[in-house]
Design a protein around this ligand. Sequence first.
Ligand code: LLP
Length: 425
Amino acid sequence: MTDARDQPLSHAYPIGSRVDARGHLQIGGCDAVELAAQFGTPAFIVAEDDLRERARAYVRGLTALHPDGDVLFASKAFPCTAVYRVLAQEGMACDVASGGELALALRGGFDPARIYMHGNAKSEAELRFALEAGVGHVVLDSLHDVERLERVAARLGVAQEVLVRITPDVSGDTHAAISTGQADSKFGFGLAQAPAALERIAGSPHLRMVGLHCHIGSQLLELEPFRRAVSALAQLGEFDVYNLGGGLGVAYLEAQEPPSIPDYLAAVVAAAHAELGPGKRILFEPGRSLVANSTVTLYTVQTVKRNVSTWVAVDGGMSDNLRPMLYGSRYQAAIASRMHATGGELCQLAGKHCESGDVIIRDVELHEPAPGDIVVTPATGAYGYAMANNYNGVPRPPVVFVSGGNARLAVRRETYEDLMSRDVD
Ligand code: LLP
């Protein structure tokens, strides 16, 4: 329910977030300041309704445009059992890129027949695990991958259905580290190599080649590169199944206006209809655009100091969000108890780690930051928890699901004992 005094919130926040009359941020009907008190900080807060709404936008959107299709959760974006479970419940299929993600997907309730096993360097053990689990499709990435899968499939006496990953020589406008479609890529078969590889795979008695896969990159804010990728795949002949990857960008900042999920689906499905021929099965594989905006991170301000700039240091940083350091990614932030306040001081929002580069946001306005304040950064659901680490012996944060005013712990905070739990000496 919206209160007349509610302030509009940036669309980087989860759907259904609001600011209450006291100026406190509410996510999933829960007061962010109270969540911080209950679960401690830093913490990932996931608005379950947001997650479900975006999953439905994908699943229903594709069904309406092209019923013979499937939407796969690219689970590398947020590989946590509770997220897998919600997205399995919403009728999605799943993309896993390692044995570990496969184990999590199975635990989260995905039907193995609807799991797609990716990876440019899958081990024999990972392939064996996938085939024994009954994974529906393996996405082949190199000739060594082909040979290895053939050996495993032959030993198990199965003919494994496969897709073949193609690098379509299309790059979107994104950070080089997360661009994957360029001709010289570590992923997939280039357009020049593909015909021979496809012939080789089609001739294998242990593999059943059903189609092609491509994924050109991530955080793409324009639709044109997706269309060009479809055209590139069309050059390789006709197949039954086309997995067109993920890559749709999201709003990290209020000013960013990514294409909506329906617009993205409409554009790519139209390209597929125009270029790939009738009767094809079309798959999408979104990660970021499903999960990024469902989640906010809560931190507590520990110190404020003025060394030329105003340095506001919180109790997390590059251990829970590597993206600013890896890609120079920008986030927005606010003080969760003073969302109404206007006019802030230009600050450097710093993490607690022992290097100068551990700055979550440079030049961000915060309103009278003081120790004990709860700082919120929205749009941290994708590749935050996924890339969290224990640098400086910092335990990884909990994941808390919120919905309808209720909060439940989905992943507990790591303990110091967890940090030592694998030490055998
Ligand atoms: N499919 C494949 C084969 C992928 O490699 C990826 C992402 C996806 C789907 C999902 O893409 P999305 O819809 O999330 O853009 N750590 C980086 C992102 C790396 C993306 C890797 N692959 C980041 O934090 O920006």
